[in-house]
Ligand binder design. Structure first.
Ligand code: BTN
Length: 230
């Protein structure tokens, strides 16, 4: 059983193109779209699909009205909510700006926010009970790989929604907690400004600002990034 504290309808699909599409077709405040499998799961980078084996992972989209959101980017609030859930399971995850959650430097979840009409569509993919990621190039992990036992997806989703609800309704100091657990903080990394990975900022990660931008310091001075990929 899933409990939705955002008080919207819950739609469940055994197979769908993408929960983002389902959300666009059924706009409503707090509505939740959950799929066992997506044939065209979308990643944040348009060329990249979100791949997840059938029935093993959490794939969902939550609709929130833009009017109820403040300055903080929803993707980072969602990353924070997931961090809190994973911490309660005993995993100390890092939030990788702009919107990934990593455990032991491996990606456990991806977050995608699309603005559509007066709503933010929050799409989240969490690797839960999948253990074979041989067709994915990047370093990834799942709750099962970390915990060595199956995890109940509905329970995890209910827990996540509860944390997100708390954070969205009390955004005081949200970026302080992000900065405490920010991936690569004080380390020198590259962030690419374009999808072709031609333009990059090479520098030290400083912090996430109150408006969600990433501050880095490069040889040219302070850099403030609003959109980039590592
Ligand atoms: C990323 O890391 O690039 C973001 C991935 C977001 C994937 C989720 S799965 C549920 C929702 N539906 C989609 O098509 N994408 C998001």
């Amino acid at each position: 059983m899933i409990f939705n504290p955002f008080h919207g309808e819950i739609y469940h699909f055994t197979e769908i193109s993408s929960t983002m599409d389902a959300a666009k077709e059924n706009l409503g405040s707090g509505a939740l779209f959950v799929a066992d499998y997506q044939t065209k799961g979308r990643g944040r980078i348009p060329q990249r699909q979100w791949q997840a084996q059938k029935g093993k992972n959490l794939l969902f989209t939550l609709i929130l009205p833009l009017s109820g959101l403040q300055q903080a980017p929803l993707s980072l609030l969602a990353a924070l909510a997931l961090r809190r859930v994973l911490f309660s399971y005993g995993f100390d995850s890092k939030i990788k700006w702009p919107n990934d959650v990593l455990v032991n430097d491996a990606k456990i979840a991806g977050i995608l926010v699309e603005i559509y009409q007066n709503y933010a569509l929050l799409g989240v993919g969490i690797n839960v009970n999948q253990t074979d990621f041989s067709d994915i190039e990047k370093k990834v992990t799942s709750i099962k790989l970390l915990k060595h036992k199956n995890c109940d997806c509905d329970g995890l989703l209910t827990h996540f929604l509860g944390e997100l609800h708390t954070i969205v309704h009390n955004q005081h100091n949200w970026n302080r907690e992000i900065n405490q657990h920010l991936w690569a903080k004080d380390q020198i990394v590259d962030y690419y400004l374009d999808v072709n990975r031609q333009k990059k900022i090479h520098g030290k990660v400083l912090c996430v600002q109150a408006d969600g931008a990433l501050q880095m310091i490069s040889e040219y001075g302070l850099e403030v990034l609003y959109s980039a990929e590592n």
